[in-house]
Design a protein around this ligand. Structure first.
Ligand code: 5AD
Ligand code: SF4
Length: 430
């Protein structure tokens, strides 16, 4: 979501007549996009901004940390020129051209401009369909900084994706903190929209249906999901539309019912595993990734072992493990952060090692299969190789063979898998 926000601000500044600098040293204006989901992330962004403020250039800070810090941002960064919260990004070009510093914007003004601005390069695009979050999980600061959940009108989203596809985009990734809640809090469709040809009643599957009819759009991804959104209609959309990628990022956070209840996640371990089973039954190669928090207040070693066993049962393809960090103003911040640093570290390492092994096993099972891969370009590590992703978002790398048909970035090729690592599949072009 932050990558998307940075892109939107870049596009708005370019539209206002600015040009992109080739490096940090060359830039006259520097803007740091910040995250505050964990304390470390915020410290990094503020630290970097503090350093940039010593260069004497115009410096701005944007994003979630600004919203959390409010006026205090100028106490931490006295030389900062402007600070803009995550829903006010559309104001940045005007703030820069006005040049009246210091300036702080924390509201919703300019939200629409930032939602629809794209730089227009490339074949992949992020499209924000839902902003904010109302879930209020106990540990999470996102609802405080990103505000209430709001779904963009479907008509607007569809028009935006159409325009992107016209400019060469082959893959879109629909973004929302809890994207399957699209159209739940506020309606995204209205009576003037044409009815769903497939009889979809739920707003998100209906959006997938509408986007699937766009000629030239090869792939549709979305993130992040909550198991409550894994409905039969969503499964029907997966089945009906091959463009919809066989991957879901489904953060579980914990495998212990006690901890899940305390977090306010609104599902049990068994409900979560039922959603997993549905997806895997539909397609055994369906890729599932997740987020896990270790060291939540009161997490015992038994709770932790429940998380460990859930991860094994769910057979995740990849997982992001986070050490709990109390965020001011959240419900869990009132509890004692009682799992020792060393113990959090140990639990982190255990889950990482488990996942490494599991990822390798799961990837090895794909050796011999042929996969449709969207080419992204030369591999970062080895320029004589090409890299891309399969429908499950798995990274696939293969050697460029002299004399074989070109495989430009953005095209889809068939790759036979010959070898596997935990994070990467190696193959040959078919
Ligand atoms: N401490 C640690 N991890 C957190 N996350 C969110 N809030 C916290 C916190 N206070 C993790 C969750 C979420 C991911 C984006 O960040 O796992 O899914
Ligand atoms: Fe935070 Fe929960 Fe919303 Fe995700 S769903 S952004 S963890 S409150």
């Amino acid at each position: 979501m932050n990558v998307r926000d940075s892109e939107a601000v870049e596009a708005l500044l370019i539209a206002a007549g600015h040009t992109k600098a080739s490096s940090e040293a060359d830039a006259e204006l520097l803007i740091v996009n910040s995250c505050t989901v964990r304390q470390k992330a915020e410290e990094k962004a503020v630290g970097k901004t503090g350093y940039l403020c010593t260069t004497g250039k115009i410096v701005g800070l944007m994003g979630c940390a600004v919203k959390r810090l409010g006026e205090n941002v100028f106490k931490k960064l006295p030389k900062l020129n402007f600070a803009v919260g995550p829903r006010a990004l559309g104001l940045i070009p005007k703030i820069v051209s006005d040049g009246r510093f210091p300036r702080l914007e924390l509201g919703d003004e300019g939200l629409g401009d930032a939602l629809s601005a794209h730089t227009g390069n490339g074949f992949q695009a992020f499209v924000t369909v839902l902003v904010g979050c109302d879930n209020r999980c106990s540990y999470c600061i996102v609802p405080d900084v990103r505000g209430h959940e709001y779904s963009r009108p479907a008509r607007e989203v569809i028009a935006e994706v159409r325009a992107l596809v016209k400019r060469g985009v082959k893959e879109v990734c629909l973004l929302g903190q809890s994207v399957l809640r699209y159209g739940v809090r506020n309606p995204a469709w209205d009576e003037n929209d044409s009815p769903s040809p497939g009889g979809y009643n739920e707003p998100f599957p209906r959006l997938l249906e509408a986007l699937s009819s766009i000629e030239g759009l090869e792939r549709i991804r979305f993130t992040s999901a909550h198991p409550a959104g894994c409905t039969d209609e969503l499964l029907r959309a997966y089945r009906q539309f091959p463009q919809v990628c066989r991957h879901l990022h489904l953060p579980v956070q914990s495998g212990s019912d006690r901890i899940l209840a305390d977090m306010g996640r609104r599902y049990t371990r068994s409900e979560y595993l039922k959603a997993v089973e549905k997806l895997r039954q539909f397609d055994p190669e369906f890729a599932l990734t997740t987020d896990v928090i270790v060291g939540y207040p009161g997490e015992t070693s038994e709770d932790f072992e429940e998380t460990r066993s859930l991860m094994q049962e769910a057979q995740f393809d990849n997982a992001f493990i986070f050490k709990y960090s109390p965020r001011p103003g959240t419900r869990s911040a009132a509890k004692e952060d009682d799992v020792l640093k060393e113990e959090k570290e140990r639990r982190d390492q255990v889950l990482l090692a488990d996942q490494e092994k599991r990822g390798l096993e799961r990837n090895r099972a794909l050796i011999g299969t042929e996969r449709d891969v969207l080419v992204e370009g030369p591999s970062k590590r080895n320029k004589s190789r090409l890299s891309g992703r399969d429908s499950g978002n798995r990274i696939v790398v293969w050697d460029m063979i002299e004399g074989s048909a070109p495989a430009p970035a953005g095209s889809i090729v068939k790759v036979r898998i010959l070898d596997a690592h935990a994070q990467i599949l190696l193959g040959e072009i078919v």
